[in-house]
Design a protein around this ligand. Structure first.
Ligand code: ARG
Length: 456
């Protein structure tokens, strides 16, 4: 393969060790798209003839069809996808095929292929996340008026709407979509024409290649172009964040599906049983999503470690960028889509939620806010309510179960209207601050979300 320079052929063990074709073959479509654009540019610049260009394009189209039909034989001794396709082309069309690699190196070629691949994957991820957000909003609408306990420190804190809780995840995945869009700006830069590292003396037209492939920009520095994988790291970080968000949601679903919480029911079709315990119905999907967060985080660490200390410019180490990238894509994409499906097969147990919003003195802050409205300084109000809760714990009474006289032992600023703020519903609906959980603010948030997602 290396022509004249070598006197011995490559050792079989070396071939096996260095080959990447068993995983980089997935880049074939992008490799071919890049080569066609490159050939057309070479022809326009009179570096090859129009006839040669046509033969190259036709040959590449045939190779693409062969790969798609499963008829193409990938050869490990040809190392990678670039050499496999180039050799097949030369075998097919002869000398014109041998002109394709003019003014190009595999170093800029692989950078182009990854960028094309990641551009397509970024767009797919954006629509997967949008679908997940739609599932969240549909579920939130279904339980728009259902109240549940909100938690801090995993202790019941204040009542909130189920819809408000779900919309918290809508926000997270919205930020992930923004991160993807932002990363795309840096993916969408055309590196071809950087050649091995220093550019080329042949009269190429990089802008024409970029134009054909839909890149808004060409890379500015040939050395950076072949050495840069920042955009891969960024994508892996974004993907790790997506999986982390899925994992937090999964953790809540696992808890909520437990007998102890019984907040939700997952459809049988989305659970599995136990091989020994006949009574079990296990939430394996959210558990696996949570578990897969480890490898996705690991893939990010792998790339960060891979890049640390690499001198300019291309080093063969860079071939190690692909497996973590592919693994992350193959892990996160199905996690997002199965979570969307799972949410469509989930029911909240409204009775149980109603019960669980009653206990736990969750309207204590509302009582304190009530006192603030009566002009009691908040710190004093906090202490008054603290004493009231202590009394309640002693007497076995929730705040709303106390009489007015009970309550007035602790402050003379408490009147008959206090009971309006002591119910879970009253508490929820009082929280009209921007971003709060009142029915009104949540309805507006749902409407905005539906508009963003084109939901009817
Ligand atoms: N398979 C290589 C990679 O993924 C392609 C570039 C190889 N370049 C080289 N000079 N060996 O990085």
């Amino acid at each position: 393969m290396w022509g004249g320079r070598f006197q011995e052929s490559t050792a079989a063990s070396v071939e096996a060790f260095t080959a990447s074709i068993h995983y980089d073959s997935r880049l074939y479509r992008h490799d071919i798209a890049g080569s066609k654009a490159h050939a057309r540019m070479l022809s326009r610049q009179k570096l090859i003839t129009g006839v040669e260009c046509d033969a190259i394009v036709k040959g590449l189209d045939e190779i693409e069809a062969e790969i798609e039909r499963g008829d193409f034989v990938f050869k490990p001794e040809l190392e990678d996808i670039h050499m496999n396709i180039e050799k097949a082309l030369a075998d097919k069309i002869g000398v014109a095929g041998e002109r394709l690699h003019t003014a190009r190196s595999r170093n800029d070629q692989v950078a182009l292929d990854i960028r094309l691949y990641m551009r397509a994957e970024t767009k797919r991820f954006q629509s997967l996340l949008q679908e997940l957000q739609r599932s969240l909003v549909r579920l939130a609408r279904k339980y728009q008026h259902t109240v549940m306990p909100g938690y801090t420190h995993m202790q019941r804190a204040q009542p909130v709407l189920v819809a408000h809780h779900l919309l918290a995840y809508y926000e997270m995945f919205g930020r992930d979509r923004q991160r993807l869009a932002d990363g795309l700006v840096r993916i969408n830069v055309m590196p071809l024409g950087s050649a091995a590292l220093a550019g080329t003396g042949l009269p190429i037209d990089r802008h024409y290649v970029a134009e054909q492939l839909g890149f808004p920009k060409v890379s500015a520095n040939s050395m950076d172009s072949v050495a840069d994988r920042d955009f891969v790291i960024e994508f892996l970080a974004t993907a790790a964040m997506i999986q982390l968000h899925l994992s937090r949601l999964s953790e809540e679903l696992v808890l909520w599906a437990s007998e102890e919480f019984s907040f939700i029911r997952l459809a049988d079709s989305f659970c599995t049983g136990s091989s020994i315990m006949p009574q079990k119905k296990n939430p394996d999907i959210p558990e696996l999503i949570r578990g897969k967060t480890g490898r996705v985080t690991g893939n990010l660490m792998a790339l960060l470690t891979l890049m640390k200390g690499l001198p300019m410019t291309y080093n063969r180490d860079l071939q190690e960028d692909k497996e973590p990238l592919f693994d992350t894509i193959d892990t996160v994409a199905p996690s997002v889509s199965i979570m969307s499906e799972l949410l469509a097969h989930l029911e909240f147990n409204q009775e149980r939620l109603a019960q669980s919003t009653i206990g736990g003195y969750m309207t204590a802050t509302d009582l304190a806010d009530y006192l603030v409205r009566q002009n009691v300084p908040f710190r004093q109000a906090h202490a008054i309510v603290g004493r009231t809760v202590a009394y309640g714990l002693e007497q076995g009474k929730e705040l709303h179960e106390m009489s007015l006289d009970d309550l007035r032992q602790f402050s003379e600023h408490i009147f008959d209207d206090v009971f309006e703020v002591l119910s879970a519903a009253g508490s929820v609906n009082s929280r009209v601050s921007i971003g709060g959980t009142s029915g009104e603010t949540v309805a507006a948030a749902l409407e905005l979300a539906a508009k963003d997602l084109d939901l009817q």
